[in-house]
Design a protein around this ligand. Structure first.
Ligand code: G6P
Length: 474
């Protein structure tokens, strides 16, 4: 379907990470990047962001890579600025605050300034590449002030922003000393999107509490002479394509090796970046509690936790790497047998195909973040299941995905004993109930695919229509 972007306009996507085409032409991009690429291809488009390199001498002009109908433009960042912008403010102030972790908030004036400076540098590099009819879509917490910087440079284009992580209530958000500046930055957009109504409501409450303008009608907000929209756009996946990948993955060598190593035990799986928001520590505690209180499952299950390391230069993440490795070691030491390792904890990235196959093999998917914007692992786990004998999803009530996937076993991940009981219940769940729950969830996934998300956001951004509330939240 053609979207009504500006007459001669392109779509311009901006994100910190840019899925540059591989030299061999193969792309390793995930579902979300694939959907954005498809939208870019439809109109001819530009994808702008960080090159992935830090340097000591910065070139002001971005590097341009042409790939068919998409132009990629990427910028190197000075090593010191990157430490302040990414390792500092974005991931030691914004990330913990947005995940309700006031205890981990690091307040550092030079990091804050570095964040705003890098945003200004990106705006200055992007502005000359823009045409007057381009529609601009900025992604995630790294670039909240980017629209305000572009406006300062005279950009009058339609600009949308989507936050891929949660937005907290105003009492938490306002603990950030740069809060007022960020809020002002948001008001330079034409549309600000979140995954859930709860996040959008939190954001509205923040604007009201700061006396920043007032709501005018459905989803619209007026600040000074500028009106913008706020909406919830829950991101989805291409459920049928993922199901197909999972079916095909039965022959995948990693999946085969895993199956052979199981020796008829049942698989419980968790897949997360190594991040404190994912609740991995609490999950290992719950699993250990499950084994202790359900001795009939000793040596009958294997819990595979796939956890690629992430943001290792951020001290909170580095500390966590040690803590979780130690905890998994303790659990195996205390619970294991000569012929049974209760937890297989690995810090490798596993390819898309093999993961799909592992989800399909698993009887239980443990997706128990302490706070998460959406969580696509939950959705992919459901899509990967064999409809005749589906596994059970155990899902945190603090993940955005729970609004659509409420037919999962919903748990409070802080409550070790109840989560442990949910694992036992999932393993003992009769086939009919598993099928029923799976069907309900799969229908929801089919009703809100990744293209719906992309088109839904762009329709509201370009047409000025009011955002439709996501169906699951009324
Ligand atoms: C989250 C964020 C993304 C980010 C990803 C990986 O999903 O919403 O913007 O790219 O984590 O984190 P990293 O810091 O490695 O980019």
């Amino acid at each position: 379907m053609e979207r009504p972007l500006g007459a001669s306009g392109r779509l311009v996507v901006i994100s910190n990470r840019v899925p540059l085409p591989a030299k061999d032409g193969n792309s390793s991009a995930g579902g979300l990047a694939v959907a954005l690429e498809a939208a870019l291809k439809q109109h001819g488009g530009l994808w702008f962001g960080w090159s992935g390199r830090t340097v000591d001498q910065v070139e002001n002009a971005p590097q341009i890579i042409e790939a068919g109908k998409i132009t990629f433009a990427v910028l190197d960042v000075h090593r010191k600025d990157f430490d302040l912008f990414y390792t500092g403010f974005a991931n030691r102030a914004l990330w913990p605050i947005c995940h309700y972790r006031l205890d981990l908030l690091q307040v550092d004036r030079s990091q804050t300034e570095g964040y705003f400076r890098v945003n200004r540098t990106f705006a200055e590099a992007l502005a000359p590449l823009l045409g007057p009819d381009d529609t601009i879509w900025i992604h995630d917490y790294h670039f909240i002030p980017l629209a305000a910087e572009l406006r300062r440079l005279g950009c009058r284009n339609r600009i949308g922003f989507f936050l891929h992580i949660p937005w907290p209530p105003s009492d938490i958000a306002s603990a950030l000393p740069a809060y007022g500046r960020l809020q002002n930055g948001f008001t330079a957009y034409d549309l600000v999107g979140f995954h859930t109504k709860q996040d959008a409501d939190n954001f509205r409450q923040c604007l009201l509490r700061e006396n920043l303008g007032f709501p005018v009608g459905d989803g619209e907000y007026q600040v000074g002479g500028h009106r913008f929209r706020i909406g919830a756009f829950p991101v989805g996946i291409d459920a049928d394509a993922f199901a197909e990948t999972a079916r095909a993955a039965e022959r995948n060598p990693t999946v085969r090796r895993m199956r052979e190593s199981m020796e008829k035990r049942r698989l419980i799986i968790g897949v997360d970046r190594l991040d404190y928001s994912k609740g991995i520590k609490e999950r290992i505690e719950s699993y250990s509690c499950f084994i202790r209180s359900n001795p009939q499952f000793r040596n009958k299950v294997v819990y595979l936790q796939v956890t690629p390391k992430s943001r290792s230069d951020v001290p909170e993440y580095k500390r966590m790497q040690h803590q979780i490795a130690e905890q998994a070691g303790w659990a195996n030491g205390n619970l294991g047998e000569v012929d049974w390792t209760p937890i297989r904890y690995i810090n490798k990235t596993i390819g898309h195909m093999a993961l799909a196959g592992l989800y399909r093999m698993a009887r239980v998917g443990l997706v128990t973040p302490l706070r998460d914007g959406m969580n696509l692992v939950a959705k992919e786990f459901v899509a990967a299941q064999d409809e005749n004998d589906p596994g059970v999803l155990i899902l945190s009530r603090f993940a955005g995905a729970m609004h659509e996937l409420d037919a999962a076993l919903l748990v409070n991940p802080y409550d070790t004993e109840t989560t442990a009981a949910a694992i036992a219940r999932a393993l003992e769940m009769p086939l009919e109930e598993r099928r029923e729950r799976w069907r309900t969830m799969m229908d929801r996934l089919r009703g809100n695919g990744i293209d719906d998300w992309c088109q839904g956001f762009l329709d509201v951004l370009t047409s000025g229509k009011s955002p439709v509330p996501p169906p699951q939240e009324g």
